[in-house]
Design a protein around this ligand. Sequence first.
Ligand code: G
Ligand code: G
Ligand code: MN
Ligand code: NA
Length: 258
Amino acid sequence: LKLETSLRLALERQEFVLYYQPVVSLNLGQIVGFEALIRWQHPEEGLITPEGFIAVAKETGLIVPMGKWAIQEACHQLKLWQDQFHGQPELIVGVNLSARQFVQQDLIEQIQEIIEISEINPTGLRLEITESVIMDDVDATINLLKKLKSLGLKLSIDDFGTGFSSLSYLPRFPIDTIKIDRSFVGQMETDDGGENLAIVRTIIRLAHALNKDVVAEGVETASQLAQLRSLGCEYAQGYFFLKPVPADIVTAFVESHP
Ligand code: G
Ligand code: G
Ligand code: MN
Ligand code: NA
């Protein structure tokens, strides 16, 4: 079977699941939210990560219905967490939004409908958009981002630093959070010239100058964590804390670390 056909069937058969990776506050030492990441629970081959299928999903446009399902599923889960952890500091759930999803004519209506049907408080939803989405038509992008923001949700730029977006546009984007790409964090302490450390430091300063939160991705060691803390980074995610896991495992984790 062609992968495209298999993916189409998998969507119909509801074989996709969301895994969640905690985002941790470095000041509070607490989980402040999660990033939702799609997985394919294949009946014969077991759990398949997006590396194996996301490129084909993007090329064929299947990422549009898959991505919509992911937003619906993440909002359904967010509603459960908002009810269960009501009264505790708000948990933010981030969902990736691909370029093909971003340019759909009815994107705003779709997201609005998902928010209404799931009955979430939209302040707990964060859509993660990469720089590549943002580059094409800047004014149209800003308009669309403003409409998304008016739904009450949060926005982040994902994989920041890898897309060569013009920095001059950044202050005009109504985004809340900048996520530092894990390639910089991963090489922060190992490259000879210290370029990656310089990039991480610069992104953190830039984010703070623009009043944005900053999340470091791909933190794998205690030493990287200490370095990020000393640079004033407030939030991080990565295998050092927890790899992406099913919803019930992160629920148990939050219950035991109130
Ligand atoms: O979970 P990780 O393995 O490897 O995810 C790889 C990439 O797949 C992520 O960087 C992200 O861009 C993409 N991805 C994962 N889950 C989703 C999703 O629910 N929607 C979209 N649009 N992309 C996703
Ligand atoms: O591109 P995006 O940021 O949406 O996707 C995040 C990807 O990074 C996911 O595939 C996730 O599984 C992966 N990831 C999360 N934490 C780590 C980490 O500490 N190290 C590495 N190598 N990958 C990570
Ligand atoms: Mn992401
Ligand atoms: Na990223």
